[in-house]
Design a protein around this ligand. Structure first.
Ligand SMILES: [Mg+2]
Length: 208
């Protein structure tokens, strides 16, 4: 079983250094809860370029317990393979992020890091995640994964950080492989209940 795990917003607090920068420059009080509001659209667009810098990740911090999360996810059973699947707007961003990932010493937990970088690949996340489950904080990726693939698409909204348009969430609610979760523990308990196929045929003979 492959579990694809997004990086920004799922394992690390990608947005915070950007918000700190805007707040300092513009004397605003943008938070992870309110930066998507219409009145902040222009100002947040103005600072979009700072993501396109390999130094950006030097300021990015990991979410609390992210490592325990990956460790627990991996040890649910021996067949689980974890892969980081992450999009980048440029090579510069990819470089900075790759260094950040290496700094976190995730080699023993992560099988592979897959960068989908603008200019390098046109592949979409759901095309990669078609042989597994996807854990991501971006509703668009989860929506595409759930519509096109069989594996679970788990939308993670840690600390209720991100605001999504209601209609998008409604679109997802009808899909049976869609799950919405707000903590790492919730994901661990859910995935622990999903047994690998071999065991399923042994233990649940009645099930088709
Ligand atoms: Mg993300």
């Amino acid at each position: 079983m492959i579990i694809y795990v997004d990086y920004d917003g799922t394992l690390v607090n990608f947005i915070q250094p950007w918000l700190d920068h805007i707040n300092q420059e513009e004397n605003t009080k943008l938070t992870t809860q309110n930066y998507k509001e219409d009145k902040y659209k222009e100002v947040s667009k103005k600072y979009f370029k700072i993501f396109n810098n390999e130094k950006y990740y030097e300021k990015v911090s990991n979410f609390e317990n992210y490592r325990d999360f990956l460790t627990n996810l991996k040890t649910i059973n021996k067949d689980i393979k974890l892969k980081i699947l992450t999009s980048n707007i440029s090579y510069k961003q990819e470089d900075g992020k790759q260094k950040h990932i290496e700094g976190n010493e995730l080699e023993e937990l992560i099988e592979e890091v897959i960068h989908l970088t603008k200019g390098k690949t046109k592949q979409k996340k759901y095309e990669i995640s078609n042989n597994g489950h996807l854990i991501d904080d971006d509703i668009r990726h989860i929506l595409e994964h759930c519509k096109n693939n069989e594996g679970f698409g788990i939308l993670i909204n840690l600390n209720n950080q991100f605001i999504y348009p209601e209609e998008k969430l409604n679109e997802l609610k009808g899909l049976k492989n869609f799950k919405y979760m707000t903590s790492y523990n919730e994901i661990i308990s859910f995935m622990a209940k999903q047994q690998p196929k071999e065991e399923k045929t042994k233990t649940n003979k009645i099930e088709k």
